[in-house]
Design a protein around this ligand. Structure first.
Ligand code: HEC
Ligand code: HEC
Length: 428
């Protein structure tokens, strides 16, 4: 017990140090500090001068343009809905796309709010020796876009949905450029990037992806900081007793311990927290039968080690997914990379009862044994986190939170929804 406490503390403090660096100078220091950030940093504080380039304005038109898909009916915003914090507009585990809009994706749609200009570059500094790697102080993988961190730049990421057969399903860049030349903003595109831009397809494609990236980085709608929690941090409103109790449960290192990964402290320069550390973990989220790919018992989405990501051969990385921001999480109807849960409270219950009541979350195998961590091949289930609270309990032990605690944490997390109105004291 004691040794596990020491191990945990070491991990938490290592994380905090890494985070202090992340949230402090390096990430938000502005142009000079750009190397630490996946995309060029734009200032995020409310009083910073807004930047809005011509490229961003074009990128916005592209982001909302369904004509850029093979179906003619799907834009980036179909899945990343601005009315839903740039997250999914519905509770589907994965969205339907493709030429006929019937092709199901394989992962839940993440919210694009807050993280785009603050996601660090993917890094996984590997320790030299195995013993160091197995210790808690090893540098954990961090950063990059996607649940598996496989893209370092938004202009590379944008390539994926535009051509993915389950999403916007364009055949190739030529097909996309043909659509762009017919778009109402084609003339504007030429004004901004050169009258002959479409004569050079490679250059035109690069500029198109750049435009989307600029929109994602520059548009203030991606980081409004208008939640009750933001106003609380600014001293403009108090949390209710229930919300405050929920926050304490969320923070308690010996209890929920949520804040050790979903950071809720402001950065040293006062930057409001994003509720993620951009680290990767295997949480053992149960397999989701709602995903058609899962009909094949041999198919496993293993995050860092594939199938979408292909550059990580290290078996220790199998099953790890990126920790996501919990801002606006109370507005979602689908949770975790595979969309296994559809209410926030169920997601919270999973965290605290995964180990105390495994039969509630996992099916039984042919021998009647609970098939714990069933969304990973048996040999890789050792990768699932069983050392961070609250994921350390034994079957039959008391869950770290009661139903009332879960209500309180859910009430706290609801303070992270944007659009809080200080006058009516409600989310608009
Ligand atoms: C059919 C639904 C769908 C469409 C359309 C779609 N996306 Fe996504 N988006 C997703 C899913 C699912 C993920 C997670 C993908 C993964 O982890 O592999 C994602 C991830 C992202 C991310 C990474 C976010 C992060 O925090 O890591 C960005 C950025 C993004 N999408 C931008 C776009 C842009 C730009 C477009 C339009 C060109 C677009 N998306 C179109 C479903 C969609
Ligand atoms: C060890 C790090 C860690 C801890 C501790 C942790 N989380 Fe997470 N959280 C993650 C990761 C990683 C994911 C994404 C995992 C996945 O989808 O497979 C995640 C996902 C989530 C999601 C789903 C969000 C979405 O948009 O799909 C919620 C909600 C959540 N966490 C809440 C909590 C709460 C509440 C606690 C405390 C009980 C907590 N987390 C503790 C790392 C952590």
């Amino acid at each position: 017990m004691l040794s596990s406490v020491i191990r945990f503390t070491a991990r938490a403090s290592a994380r905090r140090i890494a985070l202090a660096a992340l949230m402090g100078g390096a990430l938000l220091g502005g142009a000079g500090a750009a190397p630490a950030v996946a995309s060029n940093a734009t200032p995020t504080s409310a009083d910073a001068k807004p930047v809005y380039s011509d490229a961003a304005a074009l990128g916005k038109l592209m982001f909302f343009d369904p004509a850029l898909s093979a179906s003619g009916k799907m834009s980036c915003a179909s899945c990343h809905s601005p009315e839903h914090a740039y997250g999914p507009p519905n509770g589907l585990a994965a969205q339907l796309g493709g030429t006929d809009l019937h092709q199901q994706g394989t992962r839940a749609v993440p919210s694009l709010r807050y993280v785009l200009n603050r996601t660090p570059i993917w890094t996984h500094a590997q320790a030299a020796s195995l013993s160091e790697r197995l210790s808690e102080t090893d540098n954990a993988p961090v950063g990059g876009f996607g649940w598996d961190g496989r893209f370092n730049y938004l202009h590379d990421q944008a390539n994926f949905p535009l051509f993915n057969p389950n999403e916007m399903a364009n055949k190739d860049p030529a097909a996309l450029l043909a659509k762009m030349q017919r778009a109402p903003y084609a003339a504007r595109f030429k004004e901004v990037f050169g009258q002959n831009i479409f004569a050079d397809p490679t250059k035109a494609f690069t500029q198109a992806m750049y435009a989307i990236e600029r929109f994602e980085l520059e548009d203030p709608s991606f980081h409004p900081y208008t939640s009750k929690f933001d106003y609380y941090l600014d001293g403009k409103v108090q949390l209710t007793a229930q919300e405050f109790r929920g926050k304490k449960l969320f923070d308690d290192p010996a209890g929920g311990n949520c804040a050790s990964c979903h950071i809720d402290q402001s950065g040293v320069n006062g930057a409001h927290p994003l509720f993620t550390d951009f680290n990767f973990q295997a949480l053992g989220v149960p397999r989701n039968a709602e995903l058609k790919v899962n009909a094949d018992p041999k198919y496993f989405d293993m995050g860092l080690c594939g199938p979408l990501r292909t550059d990580q051969s290290d078996k220790l990385n199998c099953g790890l997914f990126k920790s996501v921001s919990l801002r606006n999480t109370a507005t979602r109807h689908v949770f975790f990379h595979n969309g296994r849960f559809h209410t926030l409270k169920e997601a919270l219950r999973f965290y605290v009862q995964r180990d105390t009541n495994p039969d509630k979350w996992y099916p039984r195998d042919a021998h009647g044994k609970v098939d714990k961590f069933n969304d990973l091949p048996v040999a890789l289930r050792v990768n699932v986190d069983t050392t961070d609270e609250p994921l350390t309990r034994k079957t039959g032990e008391r869950p770290v939170w009661s139903e009332r605690d879960i209500d309180d944490v859910a009430a706290f997390l609801a303070t992270l929804s944007d659009g809080y109105d200080l006058k009516s004291k409600a989310v608009k």
